[in-house]
Unconditional design. Structure first.
Lengths: 323, 323
């Protein structure tokens, strides 16, 4: 999805302003303050400190500039060498701002020379846009093009077009579920009560999976990815949740149908669904990230299909074994 | 959920800093600039302008303060009378910041007197936290208490406890789906192929509904709620999507099973699911908002149950009528 992604996402260059205060480390704060007066900056919240070649050395928040007029800029600056490039995606800007607790993010060229900064106003807009986009992508809604309206104010035709692709994909993928069902025609014919629990099992597997995906999608972007450790943790969570829900489900089936083998099959299918959801709900967003795509993109619809098919296979396996 | 909500959410007072630059409208910019020097502000990005009683009259961005040293503060200030109260929820702060394009949000007491401001660093953190929370709430994960770790770094027991409540609710609610299935035992026994399409129909209804919810949840917070107009728009979108998917589904069933009555029942169930998802996916988050709860809270799990039950009822109604 690389190329399409880039075309639809805003870059650092599109958010960057060029009129920003720049100073050398060996200048006094008083001199810098005097030089700021009478100039129209687009982002004066942070003074960017560069060396003689224009390479970024650090930043001074305006708060500190006012407070410490007796010193050299170099004495009060916070060393910052990380910055974004003009063609970096807006998501990278937001991640860097949060990591380094900056309210204005420097933009540098390939040689590390300061070009401009992404101001706090833009950071707020970016975080808001990423928020909207994540919600929509997780639900399988394609992102809007930059500048076009998103959400409930977009034209109806546009909204239908952005939602249909993943649904059509899902519809074809759901044929798999139907094939699984048809494959166990014999079990269904032999005991029609087996069919009663199919939608509830699929519902619970989907609900557990949605939770795993929603935790994974943001977690994978925020931290360095330690997939092994995370996956083991999520497996314990999935198994724990699956065990509790499976036990309740088995008791409900036992109480209303009085069939302990059917109850066991339903309970084990719910437990199995919890474990599978852990692997799929965590593994799939991680795989999307590895291939350079936004982990939220299509994770919801794709995960649900895999979880539905898996929990039905588990259910019918136990039905075949136990009944 | 009101009281619980407040207890688990941070307030404006918790994000507020008190050391901010304040000026009167009839002061010159030069005087204000001189008064800022040598003081340690916690948020000097914006000068807040108040009247003699300390009531907020407007704001001046630091950018404008540097540029326009020849004028009175009142000449260059942007009039702002909207502010948050100390006990307002952090979500309200973010909404006001976005609406008024402010990077520091004033906090006032009941008489409108300026108490402090929420600085840009806090706004970025709030937007990020709301983002995480929305993703989790939509998936039916309860919010973490303030200060405790969220997401993939939280202790495993904590993660299981925050996820279980909505899943247990969903498990009991899914009994409804099982009751619907059991109610149509006769249709299922008469033609077991009817059961084959149940999970796929439930999947598609859920997928359409998830999209409607994800669009509604943010849209309802962003804009003044014009629910009638929005609902009509979403109905058109739902019916359009349902018609396209229903047609494809009917053709797939026709091609693989050669039963035009079954094909019609499946297609009409998908179409009906699209329309129901429009009403439920939009109406439920709106109802949550009306009752003062976060629209993302539990919308996902609850909507899915309603959509599953509705589309199965539609499906079996057509099965009964057509087959």
């Amino acid at each position: 999805m690389g190329a399409t992604e880039e075309a639809q996402h805003e870059t650092a260059a599109m958010h960057m302003v060029r009129e920003i205060p720049v100073a050398r480390a060996d200048t006094t704060v008083d001199t810098v303050m005097a030089s700021l007066r009478g100039r129209k900056f687009e982002c004066a919240d942070t003074v960017f400190v560069t060396d003689d070649d224009g390479r970024l050395e650090g930043i001074v928040r305006i708060n500190d500039l006012f407070a410490d007029s007796a010193y050299l800029i170099g004495d009060i600056m916070e060393e910052v060498h990380e910055a974004v490039r003009p063609d970096d995606d807006q998501e990278d800007i937001a991640v860097l701002a949060m990591e380094l607790d900056m309210i204005a993010v420097p933009v540098v060229d390939d040689d590390g020379r300061l070009l401009g900064a992404v101001p706090p106003e833009a950071l707020l807009r970016i975080l808001r846009a990423e928020h909207m986009e994540d919600l929509q992508r997780l639900a399988g809604i394609n992102p809007a093009r930059p500048g076009s309206e998103v959400g409930i104010d977009a034209p109806l035709g546009n909204r239908i077009r952005r939602r249909l692709p993943w649904l059509v994909f899902g519809l074809f993928a759901s044929s798999l579920i139907t094939i699984v069902m048809a494959g166990f025609e014999h079990s269904l014919s032999a005991n029609v009560a087996v069919a009663f629990f199919v939608p509830a099992i699929v519902y619970i597997a989907g609900a557990i999976g949605t939770q795993a995906v929603s935790v994974a999608v943001r977690g994978l972007l925020d931290d360095d990815v330690r997939i092994g450790k995370l996956l083991r943790g999520e497996l314990v969570v999935g198994a724990g949740i699956g065990a509790v829900l499976g036990l309740i489900a088995a008791m409900l089936v036992m109480a209303s149908f009085g069939d302990h083998r059917l109850a066991a099959a339903v309970g084990l299918a719910v437990l199995g669904g919890g474990v599978v959801s852990a692997v799929v709900g965590f593994g799939l967003p991680w795989a999307f990230t590895r291939f350079g795509a936004d982990p939220a993109l299509g994770s919801g619809p794709v995960c649900t299909i895999i979880q539905d098919v898996s929990s039905l296979l588990i259910y019918f396996t136990f039905v075949t074994l136990l009944l």
